[in-house]
Ligand binder design. Sequence first.
Ligand code: XMP
Length: 511
Amino acid sequence: MHKVLVLDFGSQYTQLIARKVRELGVYSEIQPFSTPLARIRKGAFDAIILSGGPQSVYGKGAPSVDRGVFDLGIPILGVCYGLQLMTYLLGGQVVPSARREYGFASLRPQNRRGLLAGIGDRSQVWMSHGDKAERVPPGFAVTARTSNTKIAAMEDPARRFYGVQFHPEVIHTRQGKKILSNFLFRIAGLAPDWSISSFIQRKVREIRAQVGPRRRVICGLSGGVDSLVTALLVQRAVGRRLVCVFVDNGLLRKNQFAELMAKFKDRFDLNVVGVDASRYFLERLRGVVPPERKRKVIGGAFIRVFEREARKIGGSDFLAQGTIYPDVIESAPVKGPSSTIKSHHNVGGLPPGLRFKLIEPLRELFKDEVRAMGVELGIDREFIQQHPFPGPGLAVRIVGEVTPDRVRTLQDADAVLLDEVRRAGIYRRLWQAFAVLLPVRSVGVMGDRRTYQRVVVARLVESVDGMTAQWYPASSRLLARISTRIVNEVEGVNRVVFDVTTKPPATIEWE
Ligand code: XMP
């Protein structure tokens, strides 16, 4: 199998490069820029892409690569900072630019024999850089410019080194995929031999090697797609040595625990232990109001329950988790646009003295890739297409204190809302649809009586990957049905409001 190495210099788009390469059918993996040369050589990569990054090559502690990568005889494509670094390391010149170039530019290819084969004149590209290359290194020729950038693309076909100042991986670069495919297929001569099923096979092999012939793995099922896909992968690798634990933390949707337990056992033949820990969780949440504290409390409680179960089961060295890429970057302690926004329970909330070794086979994947993998592993479409559900469950949808009574109210409201969304035939169009309970009461009138009751928010959003989202312009008919039914059917609620905020600036969940 051909492999592409994406060396990460810290760009928010690095993962997109890897993903586009995979969409083109070539396996890719991301490694930090500091990866030792020996590892790169040993990994036997067939092509290397140097990602973008926020720094200047002249900056203090600017990320760089071992110069030896340029002696491996492997084709290299530098993107943005990657181009600048290549220029700098190979003897060209990079200069700080008077102003930062950010946004659309129109590409003027001057040579279409290599990387830019088939790229139109004035094709739209996306730029985001401060410094720029002023003089190409010996052996290179400039192959494209834009009105602001003299060296928008450069290449040294003899050594198979290429660089682009713009970002071919983002959707705003119209022919970006074509450029990447030129690099992979025309230049590096790779074959599109990667697929979800080969990824599964590789992960299964890796997990098997990591766990060895006798050890056990414990996996927490959350009720979502990510943890089930993780469990099924691990099950393929180690069979009955995988013990799943499905914890009822008291924060699941209405009837979710019982329905899912049945499914895990009967349909997937998982070795699963159901634990009713709802009292324990709700106890620990008593009086806790700040969202980050809730997440930490829940994350900690999860681990404690797991550890207890693991001991009961007779020990386990490994904990498998369904962490996916958006969880990783939104929790990553890096500066910049992807700085800590929320600690997702499965990434940020783990106590430091964690006694398990982690298995996180989905860490590099986006949600849609995980779903494709789920289909491949035999999960039914209805389950796959279910909306994401946050690890901390309804706790992050109950603004203010989480009490058993408020959980019940929200479960009931949420069930009504989802029922209406399904009936309206829009469930699958939406990324998520859910109810939120507010810590305010409002005055109402029911029959002839004044009421002073709870307020529920309806949140319906569309999104591709959860990183950004738009509120869904639900029809007034649907809104009316949701509102009427919640107020009529859910005890203690007398008002429903509709959330009309995009992400950003809001997040999807309220906490
Ligand atoms: P936000 O609220 O950050 O959510 O816009 C983005 C997506 O992530 C889900 N989410 C979580 N998933 N653990 C999870 O597994 C969490 O702690 C968590 N918090 C938010 C959220 O439902 C949305 O789809």
